[in-house]
Each structure stands twice: as structure tokens, then as C-alpha cells.
Unconditional design. Sequence first.
Length: 234
Amino acid sequence: MIPISDNLRTYKQPFVNYWLIGINILMFFWEIKLEISGELGAFIQNCGLVPGQITTALNNAIFVNPAAWVVVVGSLFSLIFAIFLHGSFSQILGNMLFLWVFGKSLENILGHGRYLAFYLITGILTELVQILVEPSLTVPLIGANGAIAAILGAYVIRFPQAKIDSVLPLIFVYIPMQLPAYFYLFWWFVQQLFYGIGSLNIPPSGVNQPTLAYWMQLAGMILGVAYMRLKKLS
């Protein structure tokens, strides 16, 4: 199932959403360039989210050598950078499609600055959840999945009656249909199984296996739902 657009009218141009999509796509082209030159593995290892590296640096800073806090602060850079990296063509296409469909209406009601903050903060918080759940994981995790899951969760709470124009691809036939927004809460997790299609050559081979980051995405949806419910109460 492929979402195309929603049936909501937006009154503001979603400039932040456009920029986020553009930056993600540009970074993916940069990854392709690094793959061709054989530098992609080292790049992802340094800039991707590696929970084991962060927890090791934190333990050293607390219990061994206070000077290691410099390493901890440096490793936090990956919390932001990893959000803009992707490991496969299917992952970048799927994430950007969901960001395009669900992000613009959310930016319309939150405003540009608050929407950008929401995207970055929820992305970082979901990564912290992944670190807590799998603190010894040494495989880099990359992708905007957590942030986009938060957008999807917030969208469904804010626009529960929204309809999503979608197409069902059946080999050479595409069947158009309208689906309720909450359907994509379920479909979001299903489509992760296909995010290995068109994977970049990133050693080690386990990088960004779909099952590795489910905690990030579940946390993202919960954060999005919680934020929008609190906003309704305020």
C-alpha cells in the first residue's frame, strides 16, 4: 500500500518539510558516492548511532576517566546525524514518502519552528530509547524512522478523520483507494520488512536490519501521540 496524499487543506507552504526531505535525499546521494569510493562503511560507523560506543564512552567518563566526557559529547553528534542517513533505496523512498504525506499537514498546524523542533527532538529521544533497550549493540543504526513514526502518531491523533489517497500496486495494475489515517499506524511497521530492498553495501552486514530499530519506531509513535494529546489539553 502506497500513500500519496491526504484530503486536508494546508494554508501554509510546508517549507521545513521540503527542506527535511531535500537534506535526507542529498545525504543519501552522498552515501552513494561514498559507497562507490569504498568509504561508506567507515563513514556510517563514525556517524551512525552505535549504542555500544555511546554507553562505553559514558561508563568510562563516569567510572574511569572524567576526560572521557569529551568523547561522550563527540558521540552525541551521531544522535542528530544518524537521523539524516539511510541504508537502502527502499528505506529512503518509504521514509520520504511518509514524511511528504503526513508531515505537511502537521507543519501547517504546529508552525515551521515547532515542527522542526518536534522532528529533531523526537528523533533524538527515540534513539535514546534504543540505547537504553540495547546498550551493547555495536551495529550502527541510521534513518529517520523514529522521527517519522512520531509524526505519524501525532497526525493520527490530530486528524483522526483524515483520509489518505493511496494506491495498491498489483504487478502492472495500480488500484486507487482512500484509507483512514490510522491504517498507516499498522502499515508503517509492516513496510519496515521491505526496507532491506536496494540496500547499500555497508559493512557489517547487519547494519539497519529492520528488526533492530522497532523500539525506536514504537517509541516515536508513543511520543507523537503523547505530544498531541498534551497539546489538545493545553
